[in-house]
Design a binder for this molecule. Structure first.
Ligand code: SF4
Length: 317
């Protein structure tokens, strides 16, 4: 679906287990294989606690998987240490859900934007003002915001500052963790438009975590659906209405729109998501799936390519 020469990061067989009480183990990510391409957005979607943030944290080396590889520029990120790891951080940046929480409230916007550039010796302290103004303009904020503190700004403006700081090092991949979910809907739209504009200009790969399929389908080139630590479906963003996995279909049916027909029977899941400490043998979705068969209780379905960039892990296919 994408040109393999644009592949910049590949996660292979990534699994993360955490020790839990009573000698048990919690598997937050199970054999995840995903690829990130230059100039494309991969949207990772799923319910809270499904493991999507755990996975994306590996890409910026805030955590390491128990098993698997994350290949970037020919190197396995999971094995890097010291100066080699520090240098790689230039190329992969992260934007968090709550930008306020990732800023030092005592720093002016000028210093927040320029901090990573100074850390990597890319600019001199005397250049801070010019550089901060340049990146403020890039994220469509007035240049005189350089003199402000984060608490003098709205949520949307703070998220633009977080994006300005993320792009300052000219990264090749930006990971965005629910970067718009705390914003008003109208502000969300303007931030998504900004992200798309910057991606086109700079050819950046983006990994965008979300729980809102309606939002992510509007701009992601590829969508990966995660359930209890497993990728259950991967499909082109423009083809999201062709989703076939029973879990993705419930997510699709849950998207609100102004023409919603409340009389129509919608696919929905009434039961609670099982505890990640108690994932059933076989298909992880079996306890909530109307189509569950005997085979589903015995064998875990693996992702199968069903053509045109569409992969699905379900025994129905
Ligand atoms: Fe449902 Fe079986 Fe498909 Fe799992 S494998 S989603 S239980 S039909």
């Amino acid at each position: 679906m994408f040109d393999e020469k644009d592949l910049i990061l590949e996660a292979k067989h990534v699994t993360r287990r955490f020790p839990a009480s009573g000698g048990r183990e919690l598997t937050a990510c199970n054999d995840v294989n995903l690829k990130f391409y230059r100039g494309k957005t991969l949207g990772l979607i799923g319910e809270s606690g499904c493991g999507k943030t755990t996975f994306m944290r590996f890409l910026v080396r805030l955590d390491v998987p128990t098993e698997g590889e994350i290949l970037f520029k020919g190197k396995d990120l999971t094995k890097l240490k010291g100066e080699e790891l520090r240098q790689i951080r230039k190329y992969i940046q992260m934007v968090f859900q709550d930008p306020g929480g990732s800023f030092n409230p005592k720093m002016k916007i000028r210093d927040i934007i320029c901090e990573p550039l100074l850390n990597f010796g890319k600019i001199k302290p005397s250049e801070k003002d010019t550089v901060a103004r340049k990146y403020l303009e890039a994220v469509e904020l007035p240049a005189d915001f350089a003199d402000r503190y984060p608490h003098n700004m709205s949520g949307g403006q703070r998220q633009r500052i977080a994006i300005a700081r993320a792009i300052a090092l000219e990264p090749e991949l930006i990971v965005m963790d629910e970067a718009t979910c705390a914003l008003d809907v109208s502000v969300q739209k303007t931030i998504i438009e900004l992200i798309c504009k910057l991606q086109k200009e700079k050819n950046i790969a983006i990994g965008f975590i979300a729980h809102d399929l309606g939002l992510i389908q509007s701009f992601a080139h590829q969508i990966a659906v995660m359930y209890l630590g497993n990728i259950v479906e991967i499909l082109p963003g423009e083809d999201v209405d062709k989703a076939r996995h029973p879990y993705t279909k419930t997510l699709l049916d849950a998207i609100f729109d102004t023409k919603m027909d409340f009389d129509k029977k919608i696919e929905r899941i009434d039961s609670e998501i099982p505890s990640p400490l108690d994932v059933p043998v076989g298909c992880p979705f079996q306890t909530r799936c109307d189509h569950c068969m005997e085979l589903c209780r015995r064998e875990r379905p693996v992702l199968k390519n069903i053509g045109e960039g569409h992969e699905i892990a379900c025994h129905l296919f």
